[in-house]
Design a protein around this ligand. Sequence first.
Ligand code: WAQ
Ligand code: MG
Length: 231
Amino acid sequence: MRSDSAGQHISGAERIVREHEVPAVCAALSERALAHPKGMAENTFITVEALAESDILHVPSVGVKEEAVQSPSQARDVIEELLRPMTAYSQVVIEGTFTARNMRGAMLIAADTGKRCEPDAQRGVRVSHMDAYGATEEEFKGKDAAREAIVLASKVAAHPDVLAEVCVSDDPAYTTGYVCIDDTYHRLPHIKEPGSDEGARAFMIKPGADIEALIDYLENRAVLVDFEAEQ
Ligand code: WAQ
Ligand code: MG
């Protein structure tokens, strides 16, 4: 599902479900587009695609670590420390993530140059075709944003050409973000001030990566994230 108003992206979400669940899931996603904190969507697009079991790649869930962060500036320090061993451009990644607005997808930033490498810099690259597998409702009760973020981060982290991900929610009230690096999802409370319209994602990309193949994986490869195989 994706939705927009006056040309601005409002929300998007993706699920992989059994055939009999399709109508209920479509209803839930359409409701969600209308109830988004960024505003009611004028246009909602829902696409349903058939998948064979054999099309689906299973990847392990990343591990989750809660970081003791009290403020946005402290969150930036933690991000900087985590990224520094992998790139000389950690500040570019951080500035990019805190400055971008209303992107549908994520920025791809090359670790060796700090340059963007996706074809449409305003849209970014939208990770799609993923869901959780074997996750109990208990694990995620009332935490849809975290559930979806861990699923997305696990699909992204499973690709060898992604070195790290930084994420700030675009929901003005949702002030927890994360950095995912080396298969660990570092949860960062207070990554932004409440009410802020900041919100974006950046993936830091390995030098020499085949960008076209990476984008095809992120957008189109069906992936179920296995929570029973958490690392
Ligand atoms: N693929 C790529 N980028 C995306 C996608 C996607 N499927 N969905 C969102 N983005 C980008 C887009 O630029 C958004 O503006 C930005 O990420 C934030 O998206 O453990 O809710 O959906 O509690 O607002 C973090 C949870 C929640 C932390 C993140 O992101 C926790 C969240 P949002
Ligand atoms: Mg959001």
